[in-house]
Design a protein around this ligand. Structure first.
Ligand SMILES: Cc1ncc(COP(=O)(O)O)c(C=O)c1O
Length: 1011
């Protein structure tokens, strides 16, 4: 009768006694989970920690001896790794023994405890961690090459080479699961002969996520060691890689990408052979098949032992995902990762192509053109311009036509490896291991020629695909030919033909070199774009049968470069150049050499952003980032109405305000509609700093005084006068302290400021009054008072109720003017009001408007009362070369009209409330989010510990991790611990949801949760 699991149990007290008797170690024992042995963590008085392993009664001495010797071997070989050490008992034996309550002999081993975390509990499991896992496994395997022991060769169900036992248990599974298992079993069977010839050695064979110890470092954790050599066996080395990879990618959206760093690390230490890589895909699958079969059997044999079921769900999830991974793409990726050519025929193709030179006119003999002229359709292409333009067929067609007219004898062409953001549909997107990814890298060359241009082939070939691919608007008429040359074959792909061209061929047709295979299709049957040929070379069809991707994910660019070589290898045109992605270092270097050192870059690894659209920014690889930072791109990045307004006016006139122009009036009228009637006189300038500079001059001129009251940690611009009233700057790094005529009152922060709580408004206003009094004590009067309605650089600090009203009263009673700096918060962002001051029931004397007004174009404004304007106008002319020019005004008007027409203030209200509420709910789950505040789409989240101390490092970690997942956020506040959310106003509820989900994911990471 099989032993019941519960019969085997030994209590902690018994374990302690055993440890004392056998090893002379007096310690406290705590039970640890394990598959075969009963394991205890033993801590003695000197804080030494051990693992006590008590075997099952049926265990063999030889096998335990094998494990102990193996550890001894590693201990002597691998100084770089902190392996568990095997400790001899009082008699000097590495395998000791005792008798249990039923008088059964139980072998006992004592090992040192390697401190650290179990891999399965580590969050996040990054590529860097996976890489270090690969390195550790490679180091262990490398050392084991010189280890031998008779027990290493044994029958063992977890040995991948002995997988066949799983065949007889297919009936344990549902038909769907059976199909998945069969898929891998069949695949392995087909590779068996090849597999058997692969090199063998003793390997750990069980780097599962509970056998891997990771360092305690939460910011850059590394794998320290592997534990539990109970599965070590003499078998094919590649099995070890497969096992490590399998568990390392549990739970990942994209397991193939997750496998690669493990493989890279392994290969660097223990070089793998190309023949071994050929079976890695199926070995990983078979490991999961064994695991799933074992779990199914264990469920029947030992239903109480939950440890045995620990990986079942994850294993099945991965099995299903792994089955969806293209095995050939996997192989080519493995090869590339290990430094081999991705596709094994790449070198042969490159060599062969050197002897081939075709004229481009051989593809299009009837076109009469031969030479090419390049076209830039990359993400940041200014030729491509606005999304609305390239998404509009007739506009795009017209531009191609214009370009063609400029060089009628040349063919417009290009695109190999170009990162494009033009593939608008979500069918090009997926969720990767760190957020959304888009297929952006173009794998062929596009030739732009009129519809019906005949296309001829360059080589003899066989039609393997001829389909109407127009349904999903990808290729239209598509033909793929297979060509045999020398010892290999390759394929050429002709996309965007007329549908008739494709349907007039069938699979198997033989085509001769130079034969006409069809004509270019016309819009819309050829896909979404003007007529062109997508010409691509492939060394493999992977597992595609009726089409082949024309674009790849940037992460896979290197492997796809090998699978789809540059078509220009056939033409050798000097014009058709593959795109390059190596600009960033040069850009950074140039900045370092030639730009002011005070300029900063966001993020540890700076971004190279080349396009904006709505709430998104795109880097040069086409990666899309959700922008929660940019309150300058007020109505959305590159809003077409704003862009067109600027383009149109720029083409007609741009001059200064000394001539009459209706644009100036239109902009002022748009602003007047939003303002209280008291505020009706405008000066247009070019930046927020200039606006505040002018506002200061106005109140000083009007009052005849110099002294200004401003908030602690306020920021109002980069000009001299603005810096002098910006405590954020003069009290910060490099600052010179508070100037004589500036008077700083404490930041009215009801959360962590001098006075706290909802009632604190009065106290803070009292502080303003104190400052007025102290100016007056000096025998002077104040000129004015400046503050933002929500203090942005201070960390999105909302002014407490009643503060502004009282402060305004004090200021006015003292003869001063009140300036509302709306540079960040204005133009509808507050949601329930258009301007920030309206939140507080006050009307300022001067309002400064900046960032949002131009949607990125430098335009700003100062609006004031008639009275103040009169007093300012003392005879000195106000001239501003650029301020109020017709182009800027046209842009400003377009922005304000767009806010109105697209109901963006309403969106700020609704989305802002939704987001704030979700953030508030999140803060209940994650106490580090100490305060959620702000209005509309101008929110702040303050990160603090339990004692309200700022958590700046965690804020920085969070922002960098969010960026790694495709979401841009910024930090501010005097303690650098406030996340600012102030996205373009087209930010939707879905965007908010995406933000919340990702925040939650990162907040769950170990570092964010650490105390
Ligand atoms: C509140 C506030 N005022 C003024 C400015 C200065 O604006 P600009 O950078 O356009 O000169 C800024 C800029 O960040 C600001 O945040």
């Amino acid at each position: 009768m099989a032993l019941e699991y519960t019969d085997l149990i030994i209590s902690s007290l018994q374990a302690e006694k055993i440890a004392t008797e056998l090893f002379g170690v007096d310690g406290k024992a705590a039970y640890l989970p394990g598959e075969i042995d009963l394991n205890f963590k033993l801590t003695d008085d000197q804080k030494r920690v051990f693992v006590l392993k008590i075997s099952r009664p049926d265990s063999s001495f030889d096998f335990l001896d094998y494990q102990q010797r193996l550890l001894k071997h590693l201990e002597t070989r691998n100084a770089s790794i902190e392996h568990p050490k095997a400790i001899a008992d009082l008699k000097g034996d590495l395998v000791s023994s005792t008798r249990d309550a039923s008088n059964r002999k139980r072998f006992v081993r004592l090992l040192t405890w390697v401190p650290g975390r179990i891999y399965s509990s580590v969050n996040p499991q990054t590529d860097a961690l996976r890489y270090s896992l690969g390195q550790t496994c490679g180091t262990v395997s490398s050392a084991l090459k010189s280890f031998e022991h008779p027990s290493a060769k044994r029958n063992f169900q977890w040995d991948l080479a002995q997988w066949k036992w799983t065949l007889s248990h297919l009936d344990l599974f549902s038909s769907e699961k059976k199909e998945t298992i069969l898929y891998f079993q069949n695949l392995f069977e087909n590779k068996e002969e090849h597999y058997k010839k692969l090199r063998k050695s003793i390997i750990h064979n069980d780097a599962n996520d509970n056998n891997i110890i990771v360092s305690e470092n939460l910011l850059s954790p590394k794998v320290k060691t592997l534990i539990d050599f109970g599965d070590a066996i003499y078998t094919q080395v590649i099995n070890d890689v497969a096992v490590a990879c399998a568990y390392a990618v549990f739970g990942l959206e994209d397991p193939l990408q997750g496998v690669l760093p493990v493989l890279k690390g392994y290969h660097e230490i223990y070089p793998l052979e190309p023949e071994e890589l050929e079976v890695l895909y199926v070995c990983l699958g078979i490991r999961l098949v064994i695991s799933a079969t074992k779990s199914a059997l264990n469920k029947i044999d030992e239903p109480d032992n939950t440890y045995l079921q620990i990986s079942d769900t994850s294993a099945w999830e991965l099995l299903n995902k792994w089955k969806d991974v293209n095995d050939k793409l996997a192989l080519f990726s493995f090869r590339h990762t290990c430094g081999y050519q991705g596709h094994p025929n790449e070198a042969a193709f490159l060599g062969w192509s050197q002897g081939q030179t075709f004229r481009i006119s051989e593809l299009f003999p009837e076109s009469g053109a031969d030479d090419v002229t390049p076209i830039d359709l990359s993400v940041g292409s200014t030729w491509l311009g606005l999304k609305e333009d390239f998404a509009d067929f007739s506009h795009f067609d017209f531009k191609i036509d214009q370009m063609q007219k400029l060089e009628p004898n040349k063919i417009i062409a290009g695109g190999y490896l170009e990162a494009r953001s033009v593939y608008g549909t979500s069918s090009y997107d997926k969720i990767g291991n760190s957020g959304a990814e888009s297929r952006t890298i173009h794998l062929g060359v596009d030739f732009w020629l009129p519809a019906q241009t005949p296309v001829h082939t360059l080589f003899d070939g066989e039609v393997i695909t001829a389909v109407n691919d127009a349904g999903d608007k990808e290729y239209g008429g598509l033909i793929i030919l297979k060509h045999q040359v020398d010892q290999f074959y390759f394929y050429t792909l002709y996309g965007h033909l007329s549908v008739e061209s494709a349907t007039s061929h069938k699979k198997g047709d033989q085509i001769s070199k130079g034969e006409r295979i069809g004509v270019l299709g016309n819009y819309p049957e050829n896909g979404n774009w003007p007529p062109h040929l997508h010409f691509q070379v492939m060394l493999s069809m992977l597992d595609y049968h009726i089409d082949f991707p024309g674009v790849a994910y940037f992460k896979q660019i290197e492997v796809f470069k090998s699978i789809c070589p540059d078509p220009n290898l056939l033409f050798k045109s000097n014009v058709l150049k593959p795109a390059k992605f190596d600009q960033e270092n040069q850009l950074i270097q140039f900045r370092n050499d030639h730009l002011g050192k005070g300029l900063s870059l966001s993020y540890d690894n700076p971004l190279h952003i080349v396009r904006g659209s709505g709430v998104y920014l795109f880097d040069s690889t086409g990666r899309k980032f959700l922008d929660t930072v940019n309150n300058v791109a007020h109505v959305g990045h590159e809003h077409h109405k704003v862009v067109r307004a600027g383009q149109a006016q720029m083409a007609v006139l741009n001059t200064n305000t000394r001539y009459l122009h209706s644009n100036l009036q239109e902009l002022a009228e748009e602003l007047i509609k939003t303002l209280p009637q008291e505020l009706s006189v405008f000066h247009f300038v070019n930046s927020g700093s200039e606006a505040n500079e002018l506002a200061l001059r106005m109140v000083r001129t009007a009052s005849g005084q110099k002294d200004i009251l401003a908030s602690e940690v306020g920021y109002h611009g980069n000009s001299n006068a603005c810096i002098e009233i910006s405590s954020y700057k003069f009290d910060g790094k490099g600052g010179q302290g508070c100037p004589e005529h500036t008077h700083i009152f404490p930041m009215p922060d009801a959360f962590r400021g001098k006075y706290r709580g909802v009632e604190s408004g009065k106290d803070y206003a009292g502080e303003v009054k104190n400052q007025i009094d102290s100016v007056e004590d000096l025998g002077r009067k104040i000129a004015g008072f400046i503050i933002e309605p929500i203090i942005s650089c201070g960390g999105q600090v909302e002014l407490p109720e009643g503060f502004l009203k009282s402060a305004y009263e004090f200021v006015r009673n003292a003869g001063g003017y009140c300036i509302s700096d709306e540079v960040q918060v204005g133009c509808g962002r507050m949601g329930n009001t258009f301007w920030g001051f309206e939140q507080h029931g006050v009307i300022p004397d001067v309002v400064t408007i900046g960032k949002p007004l131009g949607n990125g174009h430098p335009i700003a404004a100062v609006v004031c009362t008639v009275d103040l304007a009169e007093r300012f106008s003392n005879g000195m002319e106000f001239f501003n070369t650029f301020g109020g020019n017709p182009v800027s005004c046209s842009i400003g008007t377009a922005v304000l009209r767009t806010v109105r027409e697209e109901r963006l203030q309403q969106n700020a209200l609704e989305t802002g409330e939704y987001l704030k509420n979700e953030l508030w709910l999140l803060s209940k789950k994650y106490p580090i989010l100490g305060d959620v505040r702000g209005q509309g789409l101008f929110l702040g989240i303050e990160l603090v510990d339990a004692n309200l101390n700022p958590e700046a490092e965690k804020a920085s970690y969070l922002v960098n991790r969010m960026k790694a997942h495709g979401i841009l956020m910024s930090i501010d506040g005097p303690d650098h611990n406030v996340l600012k959310i102030k996205p373009p106003m087209v930010f939707s509820k879905n965007n908010a949801l995406e933000l919340i989900q990702m925040l939650e994911k990162i907040l769950d990471e170990d570092y964010m949760r650490s105390g």
